[in-house]
Ligand binder design. Sequence first.
Ligand code: 8Y7
Length: 276
Amino acid sequence: MTRLVELLRTDRPLVMGILNVTPDSFSDAGQFLRPEIAVNRALEMVRQGADIIDIGGESTRPGAQSVNSALELERVLPVIQALRKESDVAISLDTSKAAVMSSALPHDIDLINDVKALQAPGALEVAVDSGLPVCLMHMKGEPRTMQQNPHYADLFAELMDFFRERLDACQRAGLTRDRIILDVGFGFGKTPAHNLQLINRLEQFLVLQCPLLVGLSRKSTIGKITEDRLTGSVAGALAAIVHGARIVRVHDVAETVAAVRVWRSIQEERLIGLER
Ligand code: 8Y7
């Protein structure tokens, strides 16, 4: 059983800290290319209360170029190995490539976070055999072009159909539902209106009986609402939790953890304080 499965057995919302190991990500740009700097940032997020560290070596922001698996591995593997030496935190691997997944598996990771929902060649098979939980995200189109006038006849029906299709494909391949986390893919082929509707009506996806992950941290929809993307992202993360998200994927761990703690204290009518 992975650390993450244990965490999901609790009833508290989980905070996933983002560690971009890319030179071109819109945030953290170029800062974390040396493994020791990346690991220090990860350990800082652990101290701030992150439950999971999501490590990615390919930028999926709108318009980003793809990288090959050798380069992606060169970026993420040293960081995964060094972080695992230093910490028992749950490690999530943000990748869509089967080769990257399989090379990382021996290094004691806890989750595969795939923005392509295991649709890349070989990915489903590797994920099945890994025995790990996976996060399946919805994306309309592909990163290079997905923000060019995204359109849905029925947003919720389309996402629901997508999730059901992926859940079926996973089930047929031997990846059972109890290992699956679903994600509406905030900003991935969606207008701001789509993104806001998805958060406001996130509960609808709970019928699928999988934990929901939401990543809206510092994304452009937040930036269109406020120049203060940090505060805006914290507010958005909390709204997602109120609407049923179990995991929020964030850059600003300390601030998000503080907000979540206040929310839990209110919900449980007791002071949660500094214990987790
Ligand atoms: C998400 C994500 C990104 C998200 C999940 C960014 C890798 C873009 N966004 N994974 N990854 N959900 N599961 O702005 O929303 O962080 S990359």
